[in-house]
Design a protein around this ligand. Structure first.
Ligand code: NAI
Length: 361
């Protein structure tokens, strides 16, 4: 038995982060497919989570990522009120080099082999067109194009959900569910960030943006000359007038370097895994910064792909995504009652819902 296997078995069966129901290692030599499908929980329903296609440095790193991401999806799906457990798949390799129709079809057959215990979707390195291919081999692929019965781009509802989380944060902190008259800094104005900016302007907020891509910035400032753009996120988070900081680029935005200097009273954005390490949620709370948990407010996308299984209906999804407002308020209330940061309160509520479904409570 190799060290890799030892590491996986330890994570699965012994570590506190473990407890996954099933991990499937997939190989198809003809197409070069090597993949890991991790099912954390099916207590609430079939495990749902995307497929990440990434050139992991080691196979152990790929398995660890799949386990971690699958667990995260259990919490996200539970808090989104979905009847889905958590799962995630990773395909090992550089998508630019090895992605092929043959490989995606082979992967689709592995998803099929789970008979519906795992439902897949897009993630980093996989796109709507890829899901159209994967879906040819099974009934459990979402994130497909509208021409193939899918819902297409999920950014619209993700941005809408983040905006609901921000309105709830404003209600909790300032007593009114609006960003009118507040200054909101959006870091990353890509697919989600630029739609969030539109919601904010419509609501009467002052918006400041930043992005490493000049074309992304210009797309917004050309349309809305009243918007200020700053050079980088470092500058944005230090602006004295900032009321809300919305990280909408990469993970790890909240870390030991940024938390001490953030001027905003609220952090609420789309980016996944904003807290760089455990303990950052407490540092935010100690500074009096209200943090709306990322996986709660950015659930619009997963709400959308889950809906595809029932025949996509935009209005039904929007109604579900609107509930992110109530969920976020409930988390802040629980945090206050239990005397814990909102991120910990969200975890507790999610764990409770999963345990109830399992009949453990
Ligand atoms: P995207 O790739 O379209 O946009 C990200 C933007 O951030 C890009 O314009 C990029 O240039 C910019 N960026 C990258 N590094 C930056 C930096 N250091 N400083 C400032 N800007 C930077 O991605 P998308 O779809 O808008 O997603 C944004 C975040 O939201 C990601 O973390 C993603 O995982 C998360 N998310 C997205 C969902 C969706 O439906 N698209 C669903 C749930 C989460």
């Amino acid at each position: 038995m190799t060290d890799v296997t030892d590491g996986v078995l330890h994570t699965l069966f012994q570590s506190e982060q473990g407890g996954h129901e099933q991990v499937v290692l997939c190989q198809d030599r003809a197409s070069g497919l090597k993949a890991v499908i991790a099912i954390h929980s099916t207590a609430l329903g079939p495990a749902l989570g995307g497929t990440r296609f990434y050139p992991y440095a080691t196979e152990e790193a790929a398995v660890a990522d799949a386990l971690n991401l699958a667990r995260g999806m259990s919490y996200k799906n539970a808090m989104a009120g979905l009847d889905h457990g958590g799962g995630k798949a990773v395909i090992i390799g550089d998508p630019e080099k090895i992605k092929s129709e043959e490989l995606l079809l082979a992967y689709g057959r592995f998803v099929a082999s789970l008979g519906g215990r795992y439902v897949t979707a897009c993630d980093v390195g996989t796109y709507v067109a890829d899901m159209d291919v994967v879906a040819r081999e099974n009934r459990w692929t979402t994130g497909r194009s509208p021409e193939n019965g899918g819902a297409g781009d999920s950014s619209v509802l993700t941005a809408f959900g983040v905006f609901q989380g921000m309105r709830a944060s404003a209600q909790h902190l300032w007593g009114a569910p609006t960003l009118r008259g507040r200054t909101v800094g959006v870091a990353g104005v890509g697919k989600v960030g630029h739609i969030l900016v539109e919601h904010l302007l419509e609501d009467g907020a002052q918006v400041v943006i930043t992005d490493v891509r000049e074309d992304s910035v210009r797309r917004i400032t050309d349309k809305h000359p009243e918007i200020t753009a700053v050079a980088d996120t470092e500058t944005l988070i230090r602006l004295p007038e900032l009321d809300v900081y919305a990280p909408c680029a990469l993970g790890g935005a909240l870390n030991d370097g940024t938390v001490p200097v953030v001027t905003a009273k609220v952090v609420c954005g789309a980016a996944n895994n904003q807290l760089a390490h455990p303990g950052v949620e407490k540092d935010l709370a100690d500074r009096g910064i209200l943090y709306a948990p990322d996986y709660v407010v950015n659930a619009g996308g997963v709400i959308q792909v889950a809906d595809e299984l029932h025949g996509f209906d935009f209005d039904r999804c929007k109604a579900k995504a609107a509930k992110i407002y109530d969920t976020t308020l409930a988390i802040f209330a629980r945090a206050k009652t239990d005397g814990i940061p909102p991120a910990a309160a969200a975890d507790r509520i999610a764990e409770q819902r999963i345990a109830e479904a399992r009949g453990a409570l």
